[in-house]
Design a protein around this ligand. Sequence first.
Ligand SMILES: NC(=O)c1ccc[n+]([C@@H]2O[C@H](COP(=O)([O-])OP(=O)(O)OC[C@H]3O[C@@H](n4cnc5c(N)ncnc54)[C@H](OP(=O)(O)O)[C@@H]3O)[C@@H](O)[C@H]2O)c1
Length: 179
Amino acid sequence: MEKKNKVFIATSLDGFIADKKGEIDWLHSIPNPDNIDMGYGEFTSQIDALVMGRNTYETICGFDIGWPYQKPVFVLSNSLTSIPEKLKGKVILIKGPLKEVIEQIHEKGFYSLYIDGGRTIQSFLKEDLIDEMTITIIPCLLGGGIPLFNKLPKRLDFECVDSKLYLEKVVQNHFVRKR
Ligand SMILES: NC(=O)c1ccc[n+]([C@@H]2O[C@H](COP(=O)([O-])OP(=O)(O)OC[C@H]3O[C@@H](n4cnc5c(N)ncnc54)[C@H](OP(=O)(O)O)[C@@H]3O)[C@@H](O)[C@H]2O)c1
């Protein structure tokens, strides 16, 4: 089983994943009349489980859409102590040093992991634990907000292995870590 940590995320042109108020409504600023998923379904069909930060988890819980994931979701949090009854069996709280967290998830039989949340992705990158990133760029400048990237202790090289244009306006690049 191939062990991979993958990112699939949308950013603004200036690299933010949420605006100054923490909102993500701008993600839908490009008209998408046929509701194309820009590769999300194919991507999620190839992962075994998700690992997301507490803030992203709480954002999703606040949506009026029900729980959207079919695969197990491991939520990184040092502050949460319980999850709602209706999410038991779907959401697992997890904490600790990232390498140990990943090992625990592998031991449960999940190897291809979808890593989500700004601070979460940044902390994975700090330890060079991201293998692939699919980044969809919404062509707007937010001028501030929650950044996808932050400082790193060392340079990390990636190769762009695919590039697509959706809706004639949205570029999506697929990067693979060059090791
Ligand atoms: N544009 C997009 O496609 C996209 C995708 C995902 C999310 N978002 C947006 O991004 C925002 C959330 O991102 P975020 O950067 O605020 O936070 P995040 O990564 O979702 O969550 C950060 C939290 O995760 C917990 N955590 C525990 N261990 C951690 C570790 N090793 N590394 C990092 N976090 C750890 C901490 O919670 P405790 O304080 O409980 O310890 C920390 O405060 C939301 O607004 C969401 O809507 C956008």
